[in-house]
Write a protein that binds this ligand. Structure first.
Ligand SMILES: [Zn+2]
Length: 216
C-alpha cells in the first residue's frame, strides 16, 4: 500500500520537519522541487542539461520541466511520495493531477498546515541558530540559558537567517496567499483536504497527520 500526499502551508509552517518525520516513519520519499532541480543539474542527463541552461540564464524553470523531473522520480516507485513546495499554483495542481492519472497513482491527502499569521511572524522572526552546531533557539519559547551562548556547544556564534525578518516573511506570505492558497479550495472540492494545526507541538502535528492518513 503506497501513500502519496501533498504538504500545503505558508513558509515557516513546519512542512519540512513533518516531511522528514514521514520519511523516517513511513519510508515515503520527499519530492522537494529545489532538491530535484539541484540533483538534476548535477546528473548529466538530457533533462539535467535543460535545467542547467535555464537556471544559468537566471530564468525560472518551467512547470513542464518540473513535471518531467517528478515523472522520473515517480517511476522509481517505493512506499509513496510527499510533495513539498509543489504544486504552488492551480496550473501546477492540474498538471500533477494529470501526471498521477497517467501513472495510475492516487493522491491520498493534501495536508494543510494551518497557522495564524501573527503567530507565524513571531515564530519565524524570533528564531536564531548556532553557527557551530546548528541548534535552533527562539527569543520567547527557547532562549539560551546564558544570553549569547549556545547551550549545546558553548559557541557564541549565534545568528539569524537573513530572510527570517518580518518584511521578508510578509513578502513570502503574500506570494503564498496570491498563488498557492487557492489550492486549499481546489483540493477541498476534490475531497482531499486534511487541515492540521501547524502551530501545535511537532509531535502533536505528526499525530494529526497520522489521524488524517488513518487506515492508509
Ligand atoms: Zn552550538
Amino acid at each position: 500500500m503506497t501513500i502519496n500526499i501533498i504538504l500545503l502551508g505558508p513558509p515557516g509552517a513546519g512542512k519540512g520537519t513533518q516531511a522528514r518525520k514521514l520519511e523516517e516513519e513511513r519510508g515515503l520519499v520527499q519530492l522537494s522541487t529545489g532538491d530535484m532541480l539541484r540533483a538534476a543539474r548535477s546528473s548529466g542527463t538530457e533533462m539535467g542539461r535543460r535545467v542547467a541552461e535555464v537556471m544559468d540564464r537566471g530564468e525560472l524553470v518551467t512547470d513542464e520541466i518540473v513535471i518531467g523531473l517528478i515523472r522520473e522520480k515517480l517511476a522509481e516507485g517505493g512506499n509513496g511520495f510527499i510533495f513539498d513546495g509543489f504544486p504552488r499554483t492551480l496550473a501546477q495542481a492540474d498538471a500533477l493531477g494529470a501526471l498521477l492519472d497517467e501513472t495510475g497513482m492516487t493522491l491520498d491527502a493534501v495536508i494543510e498546515m494551518q497557522v495564524d499569521d501573527a503567530a507565524l511572524v513571531r515564530r519565524i522572526t524570533g528564531r536564531f541558530t548556532c553557527g557551530n552546531c546548528g541548534e535552533v533557539y527562539h527569543d520567547e519559547t527557547k532562549p539560551t540559558a546564558k544570553p549569547g551562548v549556545c547551550d549545546a556547544c558553548g559557541s557564541t556564534d549565534l545568528g539569524r537567517r537573513a530572510d527570517d525578518n518580518e518584511d521578508s516573511l510578509k513578502t513570502r506570505l503574500l506570494e503564498y496567499y496570491k498563488k498557492t492558497s487557492p489550492l486549499i479550495g481546489y483540493y477541498y472540492a476534490k475531497g482531499k483536504l486534511a487541515p492540521v494545526d501547524g502551530l501545535a507541538a511537532m509531535d502533536e502535528v505528526g499525530a494529526q497527520i497520522a489521524a488524517a492518513l488513518n487506515g492508509k
